[in-house]
Write a protein that binds this ligand. Structure first.
Ligand code: ZN
Length: 472
């Protein structure tokens, strides 16, 4: 095991040594389901999907927990604005997120807990914090006393005296210090509430993640992930309340970069045109996944339609080689496991070394592109065995990144049956075109090619005869 990961808490890249040898527990802050996902949201899903895949290929048994925040100020505001029940807004958008994760080929988490299903665990954690002098109840709410925890600010690298007040406006008069944050929000008329020993109310955002992470992964677990925008206050508050309560909590903190638009972090209004549902009508889902996953997970992405188109074209070049090699030499002996993942032994050493170096996907993709170049050269030289060897290696590497064009979910059996039918029909037309050319009736030959083009099929003449593909 030589994997090294950048840990936000220490600001260093360090060896990943799991708590229990052979296993890895990962908690990822999932969606606050107040709106359908734009690519800024789903980028986190793709980045951590690559991490999960790499941990598995590295031989670890992974427990992946990604939560759903299904009660929150923003959900209540949306529900209010549209006159729907809060739970209907949460359900609808949770389904939209699930669809987006699925359509981009993210492996499902082992458990996807919802905040509202974990109030008893939150009550237990609040009690531990009150009993140990780290939290206090006031005016119906319960607040974390930041002065009681001397490591407050360490994760985000801030000194408490420079911190702004916490975001809980309603607790202003109840708090001992404006930077104290709400563990539990007291009931307000018109809002949903749950009973607690401190009165009715609803969960604070930070508390729910601590309660769910430790319920499913244990008091101490390996990796906590999320976007860089969550480091403060969300993760700072999570680690403060969990450590203050006596839990070890996360041993490594991983944060993905943001998607920016015109230099700004994507917000709901900026992101509307970049909803996942909208973008997958412009490029294929696998191309969108390539675009989001090709950048190092800690780097920001500056979105532009041109960059998206470039990403899609880069993927099509790789895919084109894999498909041509399969046509020329068959799909080979490549075998993936149940999750579609390859054995580590099938991967080039340089590719594995890149991913072991804090998931350096750009360097790993350079190895893929090199293999594609060599494979294309082998195809051009008629070296089928050489092309097949490169194709197997390319497919194994792509599978680690969730991008193998010949594996699920990108290749479905229904689609490949249909391709066989199209193949037969196109070859009838191509035979007629060859016959027209043989009798030097070039207008007829060109007309057949144009009719195929109009039907969405592009014909290319190669030394080995005509080949076709779907127009893109
Ligand atoms: Zn969280």
């Amino acid at each position: 095991m030589t994997l090294r990961l950048h840990d936000t808490a220490t600001r260093t890249v360090r060896d990943f040594l799991p708590l229990t040898p052979g296993k890895a527990g990962l908690y990822l802050c999932g969606a606050t389901v107040q709106a359908p996902p734009h690519i800024g949201h789903i980028r986190s899903g793709v980045s951590f999907d690559i991490l999960v895949r790499w941990l598995k290929v590295s031989g670890l048994e992974v427990t992946f927990c990604r939560n759903v925040t299904d009660i929150d100020d923003k959900i209540l505001r949306t529900a209010d604005a549209e006159g729907s029940p809060w739970w209907a807004v949460a359900e609808r958008n949770q389904r939209a997120f699930t669809r987006a994760y699925d359509v981009l080929g993210c492996l499902p988490p082992d458990v996807e807990p919802r905040a509202t299903g974990h109030v008893p665990e939150m009550i237990t954690l609040i009690r531990r914090l009150i009993d140990s002098g780290h939290a206090y109840a006031a005016e119906g709410g319960v607040y974390f006393d930041i002065s009681s925890y001397d490591r407050y600010g360490a994760l985000s690298g801030q000194r408490p005296e420079h911190m702004r007040a916490a975001d809980d406006i309603e607790g202003e008069s109840a708090k001992r210090d404006p930077r104290d944050f709400a563990l539990w929000k007291g009931h307000k008329p018109g809002e949903p509430s749950w009973e607690t020993p401190w009165g009715p109310g609803r969960p604070g955002w930070h508390l729910e993640c601590s309660a769910m992470a430790t319920k499913y992964l244990g008091a101490t677990f390996d990796i906590h992930g999320g976007g860089f925008d969550l480091v403060f206050p969300h993760h700072e508050n999570e680690v403060a309340q969990s450590r203050a309560a006596g839990d070890g909590f996360a041993r490594y903190w991983l944060h993905n970069g943001l998607v920016r638009l015109g230099g700004e972090k994507m917000s709901k209004s900026l992101g509307n045109s970049l909803l996942v549902d909208a973008l997958v009508t412009q490029v294929r889902p696998v191309e969108l996944r390539y675009y989001l996953g090709q950048v190092h997970y800690r780097s920001d992405i500056e979105y532009s339609p041109e960059a998206l188109a470039e990403g899609a074209a880069a993927y099509r070049r790789i895919e084109g080689f894999v498909v041509r090699a399969a046509e020329a030499a068959g799909t080979g002996t490549y075998r993936a496991d149940g999750s579609g993942l390859p054995p580590a032994s099938s991967l080039p050493a340089a590719f594995a070394a890149a991913l072991d170096d804090d998931l350096a996907v750009p360097q790993a993709l350079a190895v893929v592109h090199e293999a594609v170049t060599e494979g294309n050269a082998a195809l051009a030289a008629g070296d089928q065995a050489g092309a097949a060897k490169q194709a197997e290696s390319v497919r194994a590497m792509l599978a680690v990144l969730g991008l193998d064009p010949l594996a699920a979910p990108w290749a479905t059996s229904g689609a490949s049956e249909l391709r066989d039918v199209v193949e037969a029909l196109v070859s009838v037309a191509l035979d007629q075109r060859e016959a027209a050319r043989a009798r030097m009736d070039y207008p007829a030959a060109d007309a057949i090619r144009d009719q195929l083009r109009a039907a969405g099929i592009v014909v290319e003449d190669t030394p080995a005869g005509p080949r076709w593909e779907l127009a893109r």
